[in-house]
Ligand binder design. Structure first.
Ligand SMILES: NC(=O)c1ccc[n+]([C@@H]2O[C@H](COP(=O)([O-])OP(=O)(O)OC[C@H]3O[C@@H](n4cnc5c(N)ncnc54)[C@H](OP(=O)(O)O)[C@@H]3O)[C@@H](O)[C@H]2O)c1
Length: 313
């Protein structure tokens, strides 16, 4: 049974309080209508197939619904009346954002505000995807949803703006922070490392940024569990890398698993500067997600192996 609950009748404001939520809704359906924004993006591709197994999924691309256009957003949500909206639309060019602050904020801030306003008006829950880059990386153990955000980059700032708008405007939301995504639906670190390793036989990768890479397929499964739960809030969903892995070690793991002989050369972030500053440590703690919705992340190595054996790279 898919436990997304419909909010055909308005819930009282106190419904967001602990414990009162589940007693308030009146309907539970097997099939729900899920509107997915940014539907041509990498995560959206897997989400569409995972959620489409037993739901009506309405994917909308940037051409079909540009989230920066408030009127278009309101019109689309009002005419489609989905049971939930999942926002996969984002400005994701981390380095270019340093030069394109307005564009990044327009999509990741104002675009999300538009979705929040439209969903709140219709009493429709919004599930929004955010990032480990909202943190500054000064911690040396995994970040929980209760840790304070302090982004180092324009991209991180713009994603935090989106999170804030949702919290200011809505009371029925899931904010899902994730990290280092890879999947079949788009370009990513795994694909890039494999390509460079084949082309160049030697690739420089940073040793001093520790992360928790995540397969978009696993993230989609986690998001499905989360939106079935009705337990609104901020969650972290990544694959399980324990206390984290450096991009350097991860690159070595990728080529070794793929059976490619190439040299991965260790460099520091200082030796390999990028326009946007990244957190030195941005592992996300997934304990609360396990406690709230019983989602236990898959081991990074297991997820990577599955991806490499099926991705046709
Ligand atoms: N990739 C990662 O490693 C990573 C890590 C942590 C968090 N995240 C978050 O996870 C989410 C999904 O990431 P992803 O890697 O799947 O991103 P992606 O592949 O870049 O997909 C984003 C999609 O949003 C579309 N889009 C851009 N501006 C839009 C607008 N104004 N209106 C509607 N659609 C718009 C893009 O279209 P165009 O390509 O045509 O612009 C693209 O199809 C994002 O929120 C991202 O911040 C990603």
């Amino acid at each position: 049974m898919f436990g997304i609950f419909l909010f055909a009748t308005a819930n009282p404001p106190e419904c967001g309080k602990e414990g009162c939520w589940t007693s308030q809704h009146d309907k539970e359906l097997d099939q729900v209508k899920i509107l997915i924004t940014g539907s041509e993006g990498m995560l959206a591709q897997d989400l569409i197939s995972v959620l489409g197994e037993n739901n009506e999924v309405l994917p909308l691309s940037k051409r079909e619904m540009d989230i920066t256009q408030k009127g278009t957003v309101i019109k689309n949500i009002k005419s489609n009346v989905p049971d939930i909206v999942i926002n996969c639309a984002a400005y994701t060019k981390v380095d270019t954002a340093e030069e394109e602050r307005e564009k990044a904020f327009q999509v990741n801030g104002i675009g999300v505000q538009n979705l929040a306003v439209a969903c709140a008006e219709m009493q429709i829950p919004l599930c929004h995807i955010s990032t480990d880059y909202v943190f500054d990386g000064r911690k040396n153990k995994p970040y929980t949803p209760f840790d304070a955000a302090n982004p180092l980059s324009i991209y991180g700032e713009s994603k935090l703006a989106g999170e804030k708008y949702i919290q200011w405007i809505m009371n029925k939301f899931y904010i899902v922070r994730t990290s280092g995504l890879y999947g079949r639906g788009g370009n990513n670190f795994v694909v890039t490392i494999l390509r460079l390793a084949k082309e160049r036989r030697a690739v420089k990768v940073v040793t001093d940024q520790i992360c928790s890479p995540t397969s978009t397929l696993n993230l989609s499964i986690g998001i499905k569990k989360l939106i079935e739960s009705g337990s609104f809030g901020i969650y972290h969903i990544t694959d399980d890398s324990g206390n984290g892995i450096s991009w350097f070690d991860y690159a070595r793991e990728i080529i070794s698993m793929a059976g490619i002989r190439a040299e991965i050369i260790p460099v520091t972030s200082e030796e390999s500067p990028r326009p946007a500053k990244r957190p030195a440590y941005s592992v996300l703690d997934t304990e609360i997600t396990r406690l709230a919705v019983n989602y236990t992340p898959e081991k990074r190595e297991v997820a990577l192996k599955k991806f490499l054996s099926t991705a046709n790279l």
